[in-house]
Design a protein around this ligand. Structure first.
Ligand SMILES: [Zn+2]
Length: 177
């Protein structure tokens, strides 16, 4: 594996918010346009920003391919199966060690820090309890969203483990259709 390979960037269309959220947790730059863009506009953004399209829309998928863009047609409904579809064209594991989690709300890379060192307002607010219990928290400098290893963290890491496992069976990670 080459060192410091540039991680791929993604654009998840409006039906793929769940994928966008999990790609961001893993650390990938994934646009999830809030306004409804038309197919032409989506393809233009992917072209301009070198993003891999993730869509459930066959027409949009073939339009992207015709333009020479990378696109993954998402067919499954289950999160892990959706990621299996992504892994079948690109092995995300090749990049995971170079990237850090991003904000699920705004796609900004998160800062890992001692909660006592955070000066800005956060969402939710930095309760004393969090400052006492956690030496390290993630927060977003852009929108203030705060993340800590709370009770649902074990579910998150279980899901991440399941996603990463998909990478082991991928033979040809560069074969993006
Ligand atoms: Zn944010």
């Amino acid at each position: 594996m080459r060192k410091n390979r540039k991680p791929p960037k993604f654009l998840a269309d409006h039906m793929n918010g769940e994928i966008a959220k999990w790609l961001r947790i893993l650390g990938f730059d994934c646009l999830y346009p809030e306004i409804n863009l038309n197919d032409r506009e989506i393809v233009e953004i992917c072209e301009k920003e070198d993003r891999i399209l993730l869509t459930r829309d066959r027409e949009l998928h073939s339009l992207a391919l015709k333009k020479g863009l990378k696109s993954v047609l998402i067919k499954s409904n289950n999160l892990i199966d959706k990621f299996r579809e992504i892994y079948s064209t690109i092995n995300l594991n090749d990049y995971l060690e170079y990237i850090t989690p991003r904000c699920t709300l705004c796609n900004t890379p998160l800062k890992l820090t001692d909660p006592k060192d955070i000066a800005q307002e956060t969402n939710p607010p930095l309760y004393e309890d969090i400052k006492k219990r956690y030496k390290r928290v993630y927060y977003c400098e852009n929108c203030g969203k705060l993340y800590w290893e709370g009770t649902h963290w074990s579910n998150i890491s279980k899901t991440i483990t399941k996603i990463k496992r998909l990478g082991k069976s991928t033979k040809n990670s560069e074969n993006i259709a």
